[in-house]
Ligand binder design. Structure first.
Ligand SMILES: Nc1nc2c(c(=O)[nH]1)N[C@H]1C(S)=C(S)[C@@H](COP(=O)(O)O)O[C@H]1N2
Ligand SMILES: [Mo]
Length: 518
């Protein structure tokens, strides 16, 4: 304290750089901790950090999103999290620096940042109004702590008002920050125990009344180098636009069918589960799958025939589009005639490979429609089906430049030999998969370098909505080579060698793999 007394009496008291920064950082910790704690009770997605991150994704120009996905790939969300954390830290430091003398500039900055958090939560459709409590209380607590610490830390102007020593400020600030950390952990624990995971665990295994036929013995060529026919749930590919996996409890879920229908209907989870369940083996594919890519997987989906639910509503003849909405705000437009075609086998699925749907694959319920890319068919966490026209509603990816109609294209992929590997010269085994959902694969051919096309052996057909495995043995002399595959579907169409990007309606081209034979 003696140093303070020696300050010239005319100088306005001000905080040291270090203390000012410290106060900003403690306030940020409080905002995040309190926000996460309250979000534990009012909804995980109300956590301001989560909401702001999602807000940034939703409002980024399309070009930026595409650029991020292409350059950073699936780590894009981690990069975003880190980026956001850095921006918040910068704001916290700035708030402290601006307020070395008077608290007002820093307080204003806290309010501006906090208001952004409130707005981001306000914009969400997957949380109730109560959710606003999380960012509002976060802002309130941060402002309080900022003002309090600032007042205490400011060197006393006179003996009448005693400030805290530097050490005391650091101690109290550290205590408050630790409290904020505990609050965040409590929020995390509360939200995970009240989340979908608990609800899912209480459902247990799902067994369909009408099971999928068992796989024929020759359906799986995994031992020969093809992917396993049924993809285990844990390795099933995943595409979500949401920043965090939506948490929907089966008890809280309903599906509403409305719009151009004779009568609006709504189903609870129990309504669906108590119907006779069917099981179908279906291969899902993402439109973003590059030639040779792995955004394709197969599962035994368990659920009900979507057409039965739609019949209960009575879809009117003028309806062109089934516009599905998920709790996370994702939307998806399917041609109404495809959804309504009994031969298509569209499902409202609640199970996958004998289990309730994994949370990340849409628990409690999702749509599965064979033959269409996922972005126009496979809505996860689906809660709303509106029958409408194409003009009236534009789904999420349609707004972002992808096609309205997106049947899955006939394609094939080489899995063995792996890219760039070395194999023994002579007879080389090549294996992979091919798909033409809802049409069926008729033929797969391979060629080495620019040689003749040789027929591959196909696995047994499970059904026309699933991929089909293939393998071939081809003569290869020592040296560097490529192997190329092409598939022909049951309409007689042979996969084009014209290379097209995934945008707007799926990649085309032949998969070629370089390898060496020695
Ligand atoms: N709610 C929601 N549903 C969604 C998506 C999404 O981002 N959000 N992605 C779609 C896309 S693009 C695909 S390819 C499939 C992927 O389903 P999966 O993650 O279970 O493999 O889900 C579709 N359903
Ligand atoms: Mo997709």
């Amino acid at each position: 304290m003696s140093a303070l007394k020696e300050a010239p009496p005319t100088a306005r008291p001000r905080l040291s750089l270090g203390i000012a920064t410290f106060i900003g950082l403690v306030s940020l910790a409080v905002a995040l901790g309190v926000g996460h704690l309250v979000a534990g009770f009012v909804g995980y997605n109300a956590s301001p950090f989560v909401a702001v991150a999602d807000f940034v994704i939703a409002h980024s120009p399309h070009a930026v999103v595409v650029w991020a996905e292409q350059t950073i790939g699936t780590a894009d969300k981690t990069v975003l999290k880190i980026g956001l954390a850095v921006v918040l830290l910068a704001f916290a430091v700035l708030a402290g620096q601006l307020s070395r003398r008077r608290p007002l500039p820093g307080q204003l900055l806290v309010v501006v940042v906090g208001a952004f958090g409130i707005f981001a939560v306000f914009e969400r459709t997957d949380v109730g109004q109560l959710a606003l409590l999380a960012p509002v209380l976060a802002l309130g607590a941060a402002l309080l702590v900022f003002s309090w610490l600032h007042k205490r830390a400011l060197p006393a102007e006179s003996e009448l008002r005693q400030g805290l020593s530097r050490r005391q400020v650091l101690q109290r600030g550290a205590g408050i920050a630790a409290g904020a950390g505990v609050a965040a952990i409590v929020g995390e624990v509360v939200s995970t125990t009240s989340s979908a995971t608990g609800s899912r665990a209480s459902i247990g295994p799902l067994v369909a009344a009408k099971k999928a036929p068992p796989l024929p013995p020759d359906a799986d060529f995994h031992k020969l180098g093809s992917p396993p026919f049924i993809t285990p749930n844990g390795s099933f590919y995943r595409i979500d636009t949401a920043f965090v996996v939506p948490q929907v409890r089966a008890e809280d879920w309903t599906l509403k069918i409305h719009g151009m229908v004779d009568r609006e209907v709504s189903f609870s989870y129990a309504d669906i589960r108590n119907r006779p369940l069917v099981e179908r083996t279906v291969t899902l594919t993402c439109v973003s799958n590059e030639v040779g890519g792995d955004l394709i997987s197969t599962a035994n989906f368990i659920g009900v025939d979507l057409v039965d639910l739609l019949d209960a509503a009575g879809v009117q003849p003028g309806a062109q589009q089934m516009y599905a909405t998920s709790v996370d705000g994702f939307t998806c437009g399917t041609p109404a005639n495809v959804a309504l075609d009994p031969a298509r086998g569209a499902m409202l699925a609640i199970g996958m490979n004998g289990e309730a749907l994994p949370v990340e694959h849409g628990f409690p319920a999702r749509i599965v429609i064979p033959g269409l890319y996922g972005y126009v068919s496979a809505t996860k966490w689906v809660t709303d089906l509106e029958f409408t026209t194409w003009d009236a509603r534009q789904a999420y990816w349609l707004q972002r430049g992808w096609a309205e109609q997106a049947p899955i294209k006939t394609e094939s992929r080489i899995d063995a030999p792996a890219n760039g590997t070395s194999v023994r010269a002579g007879k080389v085994r090549v294996a992979g998969t091919a798909w033409a959902q809802h049409v069926g694969i008729a033929k797969v051919e391979v060629r080495v370098d620019q040689g003749a096309w040789l027929p591959a052996t196909l696995s047994a057909e499970v059904n026309k909505d699933t991929w089909r495995m293939w393998w071939a043995e081809v003569p290869v002399p020592p040296g560097s080579h490529t192997v190329t595959v092409r598939a022909t579907d049951q309409t007689g169409y042979t996969q084009t060698d014209h290379t097209a990007d995934p945008v707007p309606d799926g990649a085309t081209g032949w998969h070629t793999v370089p390898f060496t034979a020695a």
